[in-house]
Design a protein around this ligand. Structure first.
Ligand code: B3K
Ligand code: ZN
Length: 895
């Protein structure tokens, strides 16, 4: 395997204008006839036509109706003797493949007797020989032929133009996609499926048919997905003026899928996890995820499909932008300002607990990478979530209206094209020539080219005599793999100043005539810059990076009192929450350091980690009637172990775990009456709807129950575990049921086992619920090393199937991410990890590569973990037949 470099990009030597595919579908041997009209690219010097292929059987190649010579170069089919000149050439290629044996789930495969495809990034070449690159866009006509009894539904992209019966019980369907597209957006589905249908009218008055296809029996679980799709269509019209450009828009669900979903033109294919929901089987989080993923894939229809990527280095062009769009969609759907803030906090939490570590680890890469070995390894939180933050900064620098103008210009310029991240930022800037973005565009683009998380340092100085406050901002960014020097970024810093009593101070820079409100954006472009505020009545508490206005680490020396002021009074709910997190983090780090030489941190500091005023502040939040339950729940959630770990040069995962658990226990016991009250007032949310207010109340009730059970285990009380057990039995929805079960499992209650058994008996026929059941056990809190043996036993459970990605993720990934149980002094967790990576790599390299990444941060481990981790990594690396996917990750981890 060799690396591919962005700098080596060349336009294709040939174009494919049309492709006409005929499939004779058969699980063991599917025959694919591809008729293409190709022509030389007049802008490129003449070259042979080199078509990509992967695991194909080639039967015949014809040129303009006659035979031709060809050769194979590795996996590529090379045609050297095509006619000279620029006339179109008719090419006919006949191949076969074996969908039943396709365990990689890339290309054409079979899942539960149904054919599905997954082509992004490079799966189309596993279906037929092609120029399998996103900048080659063609018009597709697709004819599917299959047994009518076994595969009554035959779907592909675009419009159904013809269908009918054939001989021998077979039938056919012919689909024409009215839009040209890159091969990665091709899709077909064939099987026994049923659809929920909905006709809608666009603003312009056009009719469209929306369909959600699932297996018979799952139809009643598609209502939420359909609603989400209708909302997505309406939202994109209202917010960006982008309408559905197809008569028919289809979503199909499959239970065997490597990731969440795929935006194939007009025929989105989804993991069942992001389609199927009923109150009995799906949690509020599932409902929210479905809305966001349905939105995401739908929004790709414009950002990704109409305008696509020139090459895979530009992946964030479509992914960062589409994540930004789905985040905004969810926020707009949430409505109230506080619900928007909750969504923002959730998104930032993902960024900080997953993307920041990636950006500091062996797989660090810019939002627009410079090279890769296996593109599938670059569908990362950096491309997606940091990419969305980079789009969000542009949005904030030009304003909401300005961004809408920029999007309009982007489509005017590039509709139907395959373009770059630079093209995008250029359009946003050009539509807003007076903006801070246009002014600093070249420098802003460093967000695309430089990896790593910048640190923003803020130092404030108050001059009582002059009544001025000088805020000095400086920035730095640590070296990442292959990038030792970093140049300054453009950092938008939304900010305000508060008095010690929590009042907002009017913001007037010294150079200004008058104050400009109480919240404003400073734009840091230099390595260091000072901003002087006038008429500041007292030494203020700065509220910086409101709404997390840039993806940076803010380094500012707040006192505990400052943070308590922000928590209680800041007008920006994000920074209120942030203050609670800073305090929690502060105490965690202090005690992690203090317990450095003790065997058991728990014994040493008992339950006295959190100071009284912090506990009091938490109590006030919990009891505040004016605050949203969802917001309370987030404030009462301590920073995650992985976020705490990020702050440490050396990470003893056991110590981090123990300290955090002790903090949680302290909050559980010292706020006991408040938790009881929170439970009582939120435990019954009435008839189930997945709306934000009632979901927030269920989240808080669930946390309260979990805290009460944790405390009960300490005190020997049996009432709360008893209530949780009862709740597992009679909850009216999955959110409440799951929360109760989790409360028993995480508190290691003696009732947990029985509750798990009952739960399994109740849901043994529902795959997605069984995934939750496995995941919960993989994530259980470790008591004397009991989780690993339990996981090993569960691998032998009749319901465990390692080849199903959802199931593998539910048990194996959840265990390997359970730091307290995974990092064992006897190295058994690492050995288990290595065995699973090797095993899964044998049939599904993409899933294996994801699992490999669990060890990204192994170099931060102290002994004995570090040596044991190296041994496990080296054992995997020593396998000679690893996939490119795993090889790339493991090589970078060991480098
Ligand atoms: N574009 C797909 C991801 C494809 C992953 C290929 N390994 C889903 C999405 O981002 O919408
Ligand atoms: Zn996407």
């Amino acid at each position: 395997a060799t690396a591919i470099y962005r700098a080596d990009y060349e336009a294709p030597a040939w174009w494919i204008d049309t492709v006409d595919l005929t499939f004779d579908l058969d699980p063991a041997k599917t025959r694919v006839l591809s008729k293409m009209r190709v022509r030389r690219n007049p802008d490129v010097t003449a070259q042979p036509l080199r078509l990509d292929g992967d695991e194909l059987n080639l039967a015949r190649v014809m040129v303009n109706g006659g035979g031709t010579s060809f050769k194979m170069d590795g996996d590529q089919l090379v045609l050297e003797n095509l006619p000279e000149g620029h006339e179109p050439v008719e090419l006919e290629i006949f191949t076969t493949c074996c969908p039943a044996k396709n365990t990689k789930l890339m290309g054409l495969y079979v899942s539960e007797d149904t054919f599905f495809t997954q082509c992004e990034a490079e799966g189309f070449r596993r279906i037929t020989y092609f120029l399998d690159r996103p900048d080659v866009m063609a018009m597709y006509t697709v004819t599917l032929r299959a047994s009518k009894a076994q595969y009554p539904v035959l779907l592909s992209n675009g419009n159904l133009v013809e269908s009918g019966d054939l001989e021998d019980g077979r039938h056919f369907a012919k689909w024409v996609d009215p839009h040209k597209k890159p091969s990665y957006l091709f899709a077909l589905v064939a099987g026994n499926l049923v659809a929920r249908e909905q006709k809608i009218k666009s603003r312009a008055g056009n009719e469209h048919l929306l369909q959600v296809f699932v297996r018979p029996g799952d139809l009643e679980k598609t209502e939420h997905a359909m609603n989400s799709l209708m909302h997505s269509v309406a939202w994109d019209e209202a917010r960006f003026g982008l309408s559905l450009d197809l008569d028919r828009f289809m979503i199909v669900a499959t239970s065997d899928f490597n990731m969440g979903a795929m935006e194939n033109k007009g025929l989105n294919i989804f993991n069942t996890k992001y389609v199927l929901a009923s109150q009995a089987t799906a949690t509020d989080t599932d409902y929210a995820n479905i809305e966001s993923v349905v939105g995401h894939e739908y929004f790709h229809n414009w950002t990704g499909n109409r305008v696509t990527c020139r090459d895979w280095f530009q992946l964030s062009l479509k992914e960062g932008l589409t994540v930004f769009r789905d985040q905004e969609f969810s926020m707009d759907m949430a409505g109230a300002a506080s619900a928007r803030a909750v969504k923002r906090i959730d998104d930032v939490r993902v960024l900080r607990t997953v993307q920041f570590p990636e950006d500091a680890g062996p797989m660090a890469h810019p939002v627009r990478p410079d090279s890769y070995i296996e593109i599938n390894n670059f569908y990362t939180v950096t491309i997606y979530e940091k990419g969305a933050e980079v789009v969000r900064m542009q949005h904030n620098l030009v304003g909401r209206e300005g961004f809408a103008k920029g999007m309009k210009l982007y489509f005017e310029r590039h509709d139907g094209q395959a373009v770059t991240c630079d093209d995008f930022s250029q359009a946003i800037a050009d539509a807003n020539p007076e903006s801070a973005l246009a002014e600093n565009l070249q420098q802003f683009r460093r967000w695309y080219s430089q990896a790593g998380t910048p640190v923003l340092k803020a130092v404030g100085q108050y001059d009582a005599a002059a009544q001025t406050y000088t805020l000095t901002l400086s920035q730095s960014c640590a070296p990442t793999v292959g990038q030792s020097e970093k140049l300054p970024f453009v950092i938008p810093v939304q900010m305000g100043l508060l008095t010690a009593a929590g009042q907002a101070i009017a913001l007037q820079l010294q150079s200004e005539e008058a104050a400009q409100g109480t919240s404003r954006m400073l734009v840091l472009t230099e390595a260091e810059q000072s901003f002087v505020f006038a008429n500041v009545p007292e030494a203020p508490v700065p509220s910086l990076l409101r709404s997390f206005s840039a993806p940076v680490v803010l380094d500012c020396e707040f006192s505990d009192a400052d943070l308590l002021t922000l928590l209680a009074h800041d007008s920006d709910p994000f920074n209120q929450w942030e203050a609670s997190q800073r305090l929690g983090l502060r105490y965690a780090l202090k005690f992690i350091a203090a317990s450095a030489d003790t065997e058991s941190a728990n014994d040493q500091f008992g339950t006295e980690i959190l100071p009284a005023d912090f506990v009091q502040a938490m109590r006030r939040v919990l009891q505040d009637d004016k605050l949203d339950a969802a917001f309370k729940d987030l404030v009462l959630t301590l920073p995650s172990e992985s976020y705490i770990a990020e702050q440490l040069a050396e990470v003893d995962p056991q110590r981090v775990h123990t300290v955090r658990e002790a903090m949680i226990l302290q909050l559980a016991s010292s706020l006991l009456p408040a938790w009881e009250a929170a439970w009582e007032s939120n435990r019954d949310t009435g008839a189930y709807t997945p709306d934000h207010v009632s979901a927030g109340r269920r989240a808080l009730a669930g946390r309260a129950l979990s805290m009460l059970c944790l405390n009960a285990v300490q005190t020997g009380d049996t009432i709360w575990p008893g209530k949780a057990y009862q709740r597992c039995k009679d909850a009216g929805n999955m959110t409440d049921r799951m929360a109760a079960l989790a409360a028993l499992v995480y508190s290691a209650s003696p009732l947990a086992e029985q509750a798990l058994q009952r739960f399994h008996a109740l849901f043994k026929n529902d795959a997605l619920v069984l995934d939750k059941w496995f995941a919960l056990q993989g994530a259980a809190s470790d008591r004397g090393g009991n989780v690993l043996p339990a996981v090993q036993a569960l691998m032998k459970h009749p319901d465990f199937q390692i080849k199903n990605p959802n199931r593998a993720r539910s048990l194996i990934f959840s265990y390997c991410n359970n730091a307290g149980a995974f990092h064992r002094a006897d190295a058994a967790g690492y050995a288990f990890w290595a065995d699973r990576v090797i095993e899964i790599d044998g049939f599904n390299p993409q899933v294996a590569a994801r699992l490999t990444r669990v060890m990204d941060r192994w170099k931060k481990l102290p002994e004995p973990y570090r040596a044991a981790a190296r041994t496990a990594l080296e054992r995997v690396a020593a396998k000679t037949d690893l996939s490119n996917d795993v090889r790339e990750v493991i090589t970078r981890a060991l480098a």
